[in-house]
Design a protein around this ligand. Structure first.
Ligand SMILES: *Cc1c(COP(=O)(O)O)cnc(C)c1O
Length: 372
């Protein structure tokens, strides 16, 4: 689509905070850039279409988008939350919004009876992530939506799967949230978030809070995210291709105790994953044999996998969830959820798969020697 004012093929970066009005209140739909900016509007339309949603509302980070969904609630409301979730979401709910009179109950969402039991008359929101983080468990979105009562909202954080592999709105969810920092942006160069819905009332409220609370992305970040999203499909196919090879390699290696990748036939929820998703994504978690400290030793020995927080970029990353992404969850709580000190998480990039496997093999051999 050419841009109407100049014919530019690519949406320009509107690096402006304000818009000149012809007469008081008369303008071309834009008056102040917190309220709306054309670059951001283009991003919102682009990402909504990827989820087959009617409306997108963009934010300066994934947690700001999550926060905007919580802004739909009021003090006294109750939220049912999946218990294997992004550490920053847990921190936002338990350390910030719990102070504002909201109540959160954490349940294993793969246990539908537990979810049903947790829903109360004042439950306004069910918040879930699938695949979960970092153990890559599956939650049956359709089944959870069927438990929803009148007025209750189901929101899905779809960051891990990306809209390429999973579309929660089509499965009945009311809102989808992404950290666009991850697969959607895809190049580890911009932080951002989006909430997508086809419900006009939810959209109104999200738009209101986007403007009232103000966590908006700047035009340059909106543009970078938009550029990244254009190649989402081809990147996701490569991520998945490489992740399968990595997961197969790890599963066949005697020095590896356990591999978490939903595409493995050994994964307990392989059927659900196959039904709900059109692919299994690029995230692989695993536990090595031997003492838990081996994970720390392993993590800094990689050549192609950078030791870093985040995920979803074209370059491979390795992370130690207990000390990094999930460090904000208390140790006992972490261990109860299976996030042990021996767990490692890979965001498999789109480099040559043989190089990635060789990198893992070398670090496995090096740390096996150290141990003996
Ligand atoms: C990173 C992440 C977030 C938070 O997004 P930011 O862009 O870092 O604020 C939320 N959910 C999931 C699943 C994530 O991986």
């Amino acid at each position: 689509m050419a841009y109407p004012t100049t014919g530019a093929t690519i949406v320009p970066i509107y690096q402006t905070s304000t818009f000149t009005q012809t007469r008081v209140g008369e303008h071309k739909g834009y008056d102040y850039a917190r309220t709306a900016n054309p670059t951001r509007s283009a991003l919102e339309a682009q990402l909504a279409s990827l989820e087959n949603g009617d409306f997108g509302v963009a934010f300066s980070s994934g947690v700001a988008a999550t926060s905007a969904v919580i802004n739909l609630l009021s003090a006294g409301d109750h939220v049912v939350v999946g218990d294997d979730l992004y550490g920053g979401t847990y921190r936002l709910f338990s350390k910030v919004y719990a102070r504002y009179g909201l109540e959160f109950t954490y349940v294993d969402m793969s246990d539908l009876a537990a979810v049903r039991a947790a829903i109360k008359p004042n439950t306004q929101l069910v918040w879930l992530e699938t695949p979960t983080h970092p153990l890559l468990k599956r939650v049956d979105i359709k089944a959870i939506c069927a438990l929803r009562g009148p007025g209750q909202i189901v929101a899905v954080d779809n960051t891990f799967a990306s809209p390429y592999f999973q579309q929660p709105l089509a499965l009945g969810a009311d809102v989808v949230v992404h950290s666009t920092t991850k697969y959607i942006g895809g190049h580890s160069d911009a932080v951002g978030g989006i909430a997508i819905t086809s419900d006009p009332a939810i959209r109104e409220s999200l738009k209101f809070h986007q403007n009232a609370v103000g966590g908006v992305p700047g035009p340059h970040d909106a543009w970078l995210t938009m550029r990244g999203a254009k190649t989402l499909a081809i990147r996701m196919r490569e991520h998945e291709h490489n992740a399968r090879l990595v997961a197969d390699f790890l599963e066949s290696n005697d020095e590896v105790e356990k591999v978490y990748y939903p595409g493995l036939l050994s994964h307990p929820q392989h059927d659900l994953a196959a039904r709900q998703m059109s692919g299994f994504g690029g995230m692989v978690s695993f536990v090595l044999t031997g003492p838990q400290e081996r994970a720390l030793d392993f993590a800094h020995r990689m050549k192609y996998f950078s030791l870093a927080e985040s995920l979803g970029g074209i370059e491979s990353l390795i992370c130690h969830p207990a000390r990094m992404t999930h460090g904000s969850i208390p140790k006992e709580e972490r261990e109860r959820r299976g996030i042990t000190d021996g767990l490692l998480r890979l965001s498999v990039g789109i480099e040559d798969a043989d190089d990635l496997v060789a990198d893992l093999r070398t670090a496995i051999e090096a740390t096996a020697l150290v141990r003996r």
